[in-house]
Design a protein around this ligand. Structure first.
Ligand code: CUA
Length: 432
C-alpha cells in the first residue's frame, strides 16, 4: 500500500516537472519545445493574432495557478495523512472541514474571481476581433475568400476590370500591409475554415452563411495559411499564402493583375529545343516529400518578388505549344486565362499563375519541376483532387461514371505525357 503510494507520488511529480519545465526555462528548451515556425501562433505579426495570443496567455496562467494550488494541496494532504506504520490504518479519521462556511464560500469566491479574470479579456477580445474597429473602418480593404475542395479563391470587389468584373485570383492572397483587411468568408461546397496563424483566424466558411473576419499585417511579409476544418480527403493539404505588401507595391501588383494574360509570341519557324526535355528526375519524388526548396523556405518574400518577372531562358516556341495543349487537353474548360482561351470557372483562375510562388493550394513551390509533377501526376500530389476526378459533372483526368459497376466506371479522359507536361509548364509559368 505504502510503496504503491510512494511510486504514484513519484510519478505524479515527474509528470508535473516535465509538463511545467518549459514554462519556467528558456534557451535550449526552445529546441525541444519549439514555439517558432511558419504557422506559429506564438510569433504574431498583427493585432488580431496578438489579441488571440494574449487571451491564450491569460487562460494559461490562470489555469496553471489553479493547477499548482490544487496539486500542492493534494500533495500536502497525501503526505501528511498517509499511514506511516501498519497500525496507523486504525487511527481515527482526522477532523473534516466539510460544511465549513469559510472554506466553501472562499472556494466559490476564488472560482468566480478566476472566471472573471479570464472572462474580461476574452470578451474584450471577442469584441475586438469580430470586426474592424470603428476608427479604422474607413481605411479597411475588402476581399472575399472562397473555400473549395481543396483550394481557396480570392476575390477583390474593389478592383473591377472593364467588361469582366472583379479581380479574381487563387491560393495566394495579396494584401496591403498596415491596413485592416475585412475578409468575407464564403464556400462553394462544404465547411472550410480560414486561418492565418500569425495574422488571425480561424473562422469557418459555411454554406449559405455569410461569415467574415478581419486581420492586419503590421509590416510587409509572407505568411502561411491553412484550412482549419476537416473538409474531405485533401483537407490537410488545403493551404494558402498571404503576401502583405507596402502600399506602392500593392497598387503595382493590382494594376498588373488586372491586365489580361501575358502573351509571348512565337517567332516564325522557331524550334522547340530538345534540351528542355531533359529529365526533372521524377524518380526522386515521394508522396509527402516537401514541396518546396530550402532557398524558397529561407526567403519566400524574395521568391515572391522574383516570380513577378518573366522566367529566365523562356522558350517562345515551347510556350506556344503549351498554349495549344492547354486547349487540346481541355484545361481551358475549367481554368480561366483572361485574354487567352481559358474560360472555365471550376478551377483556379490562371491568368497570372506564373506570378504565384506556390501551386496546388500552397502545397508545392511554383517551379518547373513541381509544376510538372502536379500536371502529370496530380493524384499523387493531392489525393482526390477535382482536376483528377472531375467536378460539377465534368470529367477531370478521369471520367467517372457512377451509374455503372465500380470496375467499369473509371475511364482515363486526359493523358498528359512527360513532354506535353513540359510545354504546359512553360506556358503556365509565362503567365506573369
Ligand atoms: Cu478545406 Cu479543410
Amino acid at each position: 500500500m505504502r510503496s504503491r503510494l510512494v511510486s504514484l507520488l513519484r510519478r505524479f511529480f515527474t509528470v508535473l516537472a516535465v509538463l511545467t519545465l518549459p514554462l519556467f526555462t528558456g534557451g535550449w528548451l526552445g529546441e525541444v519545445f519549439p514555439t517558432s515556425g511558419h504557422q506559429s501562433t506564438f510569433e504574431t505579426e498583427g493585432p488580431v493574432a496578438k489579441t488571440q495570443l494574449d487571451v491564450f496567455y491569460v487562460t494559461l496562467w490562470v489555469s496553471l495557478a489553479i493547477f499548482l494550488a490544487v496539486a500542492a494541496v493534494l500533495a500536502y494532504a497525501t503526505i501528511k495523512f498517509k499511514a506511516r506504520k501498519s497500525d496507523d490504518e486504525h487511527t481515527p479519521v482526522p477532523p473534516q472541514s466539510h460544511g465549513n462556511p469559510l472554506i466553501e464560500l472562499g472556494l466559490i469566491a476564488a472560482s468566480v474571481a478566476a472566471l472573471v479574470i479570464i472572462a474580461v479579456p476574452t470578451l474584450k477580445a471577442i469584441w475586438f476581433t469580430y470586426d474592424v474597429p470603428e476608427a479604422e473602418r474607413a481605411n479597411a480593404y475588402e476581399v472575399t475568400a472562397r473555400g473549395l475542395q481543396w483550394w481557396f479563391q480570392f476575390e477583390y470587389p474593389s478592383e473591377q476590370i472593364d467588361g469582366v468584373g472583379q479581380l479574381i485570383t487563387a491560393n495566394e492572397l495579396v494584401i496591403p500591409a498596415g491596413r485592416p483587411i475585412r475578409i468575407n468568408l464564403r464556400t462553394n461546397d462544404v465547411i472550410h475554415s480560414f486561418w492565418v496563424p500569425k495574422l488571425g483566424g480561424k473562422v469557418d466558411m459555411i454554406p449559405n452563411r455569410g461569415n467574415h473576419l478581419w486581420l492586419k499585417a503590421d509590416e510587409p511579409g509572407y505568411f502561411w495559411g491553412q484550412c482549419a476544418e476537416f473538409c474531405g480527403e485533401s483537407h490537410s493539404v488545403m493551404r494558402f499564402r498571404v503576401i502583405a505588401l507596402a502600399a506602392d507595391d500593392f497598387a503595382a501588383w493590382v494594376e498588373n493583375q488586372k491586365k489580361p494574360a501575358r502573351t509571348v509570341e512565337a517567332p516564325e519557324g522557331a524550334e522547340i529545343p530538345q534540351a528542355v526535355f531533359a529529365s526533372y528526375d521524377m524518380t526522386r519524388q515521394k508522396r509527402n516529400a516537401p514541396g518546396y526548396s530550402a532557398e524558397f523556405d529561407a526567403d519566400p518574400m524574395g521568391a515572391w518578388v522574383a516570380k513577378q518577372f518573366p522566367e529566365k531562358d523562356e522558350n517562345a516556341a515551347l510556350i506556344a505549344k503549351g498554349r495549344e495543349l492547354f486547349v487540346a487537353k481541355n484545361c481551358m474548360t475549367c481554368h480561366a486565362v483572361r485574354g487567352h482561351e481559358g474560360v472555365g470557372v471550376n478551377g483556379p483562375d490562371l491568368t497570372h499563375f506564373g506570378s504565384r510562388t506556390t501551386l496546388a493550394a500552397g502545397l508545392l513551390e511554383n517551379n518547373p519541376r513541381e509544376l510538372h509533377r502536379w500536371i502529370v501526376h496530380p493524384n499523387d500530389v493531392k489525393p482526390g483532387n477535382k482536376m483528377w476526378v472531375g467536378v460539377n459533372g465534368m470529367a477531370g483526368y478521369l471520367n467517372i461514371d457512377r451509374s455503372v459497376r465500380y470496375e467499369k466506371q473509371v475511364e482515363r479522359h486526359i493523358q498528359v505525357s512527360d513532354e506535353e507536361g513540359r510545354a504546359l509548364v512553360e506556358y503556365l509559368l509565362s503567365l506573369k
